[in-house]
Design a binder for this molecule. Sequence first.
Ligand code: CA2
Length: 149
Amino acid sequence: MRRLLLVNGPNLNLLGVREPHIYGTDTLGDVERVTTDAAASRGFEVRAVQSNHEGVLIDAIHAAREDCAGIVINPAGLTHTSVVLADALKAVALPVAEVHISDVGSRESFRQVSYVRDLAAVHVIGQGIAGYAQAALRLIDVIAGQAEG
Ligand code: CA2
């Protein structure tokens, strides 16, 4: 299955509209395009989902078990709070790339916690939306390595 699921969490639909000093001026459409282009360069397609509802994200992650080889995810604020999102990622047992647009390590202390960190094979933090392309390419390397091994 040469397909990745791209998951963007709550409020990321506002990218490029609010707080450009933190998240830049690129939009969610730009995020989906850079990820899709990077994956396509390696023969993968991307199915993108963004939701402000945790259950919608969890259903999309469960469905990925059927037809995706890996998951690129920016869980947004759920990174720092959501055991259930982490449980869903663990349950599907697909390789995961965790992406954050901003450098969460240099922000508020509550952003230092990630429930996803330990189960992600790839981490790209603070690289802006270009980080999604890096994450997709590195995740595809992980998937290719698994297929060989
Ligand atoms: O840096 C990131 O990518 C974050 O995942 C973004 C989350 C934040 O809670 C994480 O700590 C770090 C926030 C997403 C909200 O996105 C907005 C975009 C534009 C305007 C307002 C919010």
